[in-house]
Design a protein around this ligand. Structure first.
Ligand SMILES: C[S@@+](CC[C@H](N)C(=O)[O-])C[C@H]1O[C@@H](n2cnc3c(N)ncnc32)[C@H](O)[C@@H]1O
Length: 262
């Protein structure tokens, strides 16, 4: 069996410094106090002051620290050691307390012994999960009774589309599939090479995994906009800074959010 985790970890370690220098992440503005959270999750999650948040797959912690700036008591988890090293450095630099753990999400119950009011995860996480049911188990394990799980993510429907906006992939494909394309989503011309192993889940895969764990789905929302230039050449930014399709006759879901309670 291939060591998917090692390959993916290597890729994420390589792209972390590129992301940290990118316009998309805009670390300089973040350090001056700008939140990296966008309107969708801020409005839907609401007040977090005094609440404990577990942020799964936090990359280098900008969103984790943004929740902490709003008064939450945060723990960020990611398997990339370069990301977690940078997250800890940022926390010290901006003087915002946070805990960060470098860990494969599936190993987390072996290294973290706490329950949380809120579990949060966002934008570009599902495709890295080798087992969606095990993921839901992890969420249930770390959620307090009465707690909230919240995800905002690229809509699974967009998995069928190629970069040049053609229907190309199977909605019902399963992973792992390999991706050896050059570059990364902050800069497609960046000198990044390497193979990643990814998975694909349908909307019902995600919902049913959480239901199987006994969590109550409070809502699923679908949005006709997204937060980055997912299909370069086919998208434009609107007055709110959201990326929408240039061709207004095409109306497809680009993002979804889901809230579940325990
Ligand atoms: C697209 S990023 C996270 C999105 C975040 N919203 C952001 O933009 O910063 C995906 C993250 O998942 C992490 N990741 C991938 N597979 C993982 C795993 N098995 N366990 C923990 N973290 C993982 C990667 O290291 C990466 O930092």
């Amino acid at each position: 069996m291939k060591d998917y985790l090692t390959a993916n970890k290597k890729w994420w370690n390589n792209v972390t410094p590129i992301h940290a220098r990118s316009k998309l992440y805009d670390l300089e503005e973040f350090k001056k106090g700008k939140s990296s959270l966008v309107s969708v999750e801020q409005e839907e999650i609401g007040e977090v002051k005094g609440k404990t948040i577990l942020h799964l797959m936090c990359h280098f912690g900008m969103d984790t620290l943004s929740w902490a700036r709003k008064g939450a008591i945060v723990t960020g988890v990611d398997m990339s050691d370069n990301s977690i090293r940078l997250a800890k450095k940022l926390s010290r630099e901006i003087k915002v307390p946070a805990k960060f753990k470098c860990c494969d999400i599936y190993n987390l119950p072996n290294v973290l012994n706490e329950k949380f009011d809120i579990i949060f995860t966002s934008y570009g996480v599902l495709c890295w999960l080798s087992n969606i049911n095990k993921w839901a188990k992890i969420i249930n394990h770390f959620l307090k009774k009465g707690g909230m799980f919240y995800i905002v993510e690229l809509h699974p429907f967009t998995n069928i589309l190629s970069f040049d906006f053609k229907i190309f992939y199977k909605y019902f494909k399963k992973g792992p599939y390999t991706d050896d394309s050059d570059g990364t989503y902050t800069d497609w011309s960046a000198p990044v090479k390497g193979i990643t192993y990814e998975w694909s889940y349908t909307m019902s895969d995600v919902i049913n995994a959480l239901i199987k764990e006994g969590l109550k789905i409070e809502y699923v929302h679908e949005f006709p906009f997204t937060m980055y230039d997912q299909f370069p050449g086919f998208m434009e930014q609107n007055e709110k800074g959201h990326y929408v399709l240039k061709n207004k006759r095409i109306q497809i879901p680009l993002l979804f959010s889901l809230k579940a309670s325990k």
